[in-house]
Design a protein around this ligand. Structure first.
Ligand SMILES: Nc1ncnc2c1ncn2[C@@H]1O[C@H](COP(=O)(O)OP(=O)(O)OP(=O)(O)O)[C@@H](O)[C@H]1O
Ligand SMILES: [Mg+2]
Length: 223
């Protein structure tokens, strides 16, 4: 299968001088089309940091990252923004829904930003239906449960049909049933020319993955 994401020798340092900490220290990742890859590791090991780099939300000190054939480390901000809008879907550890927009408007936002309004409305409604959100999609996020907000965040991340979906603990705030719905959707998304990278503490989520990688001492290795 075609490589969707490939990172080599990533180094990420937070802080400076004696307080500097190499959170990533030579991390390599390969993700192919059709794959669901789970990333595990203790709290503070750098999982969210790695996802932010793969999603072009932050930059590494050194190393290379390629997503959908584009070298992220060689892009300016404008190039990264365009790539994120078109090809990457991000589900944050804490949903990050915009509070002044309804659920449906949140889901449609990426399609608007990418200038893809036509097909997106149909896709948004389909996603909202399949995630059991039809009844709540017209409400504002702060009137919704954590699980409803998380499912909306997932619908928003995938509405543009990105080739790479990055999900940071997407089941952390969900009950067993909602978690199963979300994992089922992520599993289904990882098909053909699309891949999912899932950060998780959840054993059931890891069990669903094609591969589980552990982040330890700044590097990734099979768990
Ligand atoms: N912006 C930042 N400035 C300084 N240090 C940071 C920053 N972001 C993260 N860190 C530190 O880097 C380390 C890795 O953080 P990260 O959020 O990637 O961990 P994580 O594996 O996602 O943890 P968790 O499982 O708790 O979400 C932590 O020690 C954290 O305190
Ligand atoms: Mg994290």
């Amino acid at each position: 299968m075609a490589p969707i994401a490939r990172a080599r020798d990533l180094v990420k340092v937070y802080g400076a001088g004696r307080a500097a900490r190499r959170v990533l220290d030579g991390a390599d990742v390969d993700v192919s089309g059709g794959e669901l890859v789970a990333i595990v590791g203790r709290s503070g090991s750098g999982k969210s940091t790695l996802l932010h780099l793969l999603g072009g939300l932050d930059r590494a000190e050194s190393g290379t990252i390629e997503v959908a054939g584009v070298r992220l480390d060689r892009q300016r901000e404008s190039g990264l923004t365009a790539l994120r809008r078109r090809h990457i879907g991000f589900v944050f550890q804490s949903f990050h829904l915009l509070p002044e927009l309804t659920g449906l408007q949140n889901v449609l936002l990426p399609a608007r930003l990418a200038g893809d309004g036509t097909r997106a409305a149909a896709r948004a409604h389909e996603l909202i239906g399949s995630l059991g959100l039809a009844e709540v999609a017209d409400r504002l996020p702060d009137t919704l449960s954590g699980g409803e907000q998380q499912r909306l965040a997932i619908a928003r991340a995938v509405v543009n049909e990105p080739v790479l979906v990055l999900a940071d603990e997407p089941t952390g705030n969900l009950d067993a049933e909602a978690a199963a719905t979300v994992l089922g959707l992520l599993r289904e998304l990882a098909r053909g020319n699309r891949a999912v990278v899932l950060v998780t503490h959840d054993r059931e989520a890891s069990a669903l993955a094609d591969r589980v990688l552990e982040l330890r001492d700044g590097r990734l290795a099979p768990a």
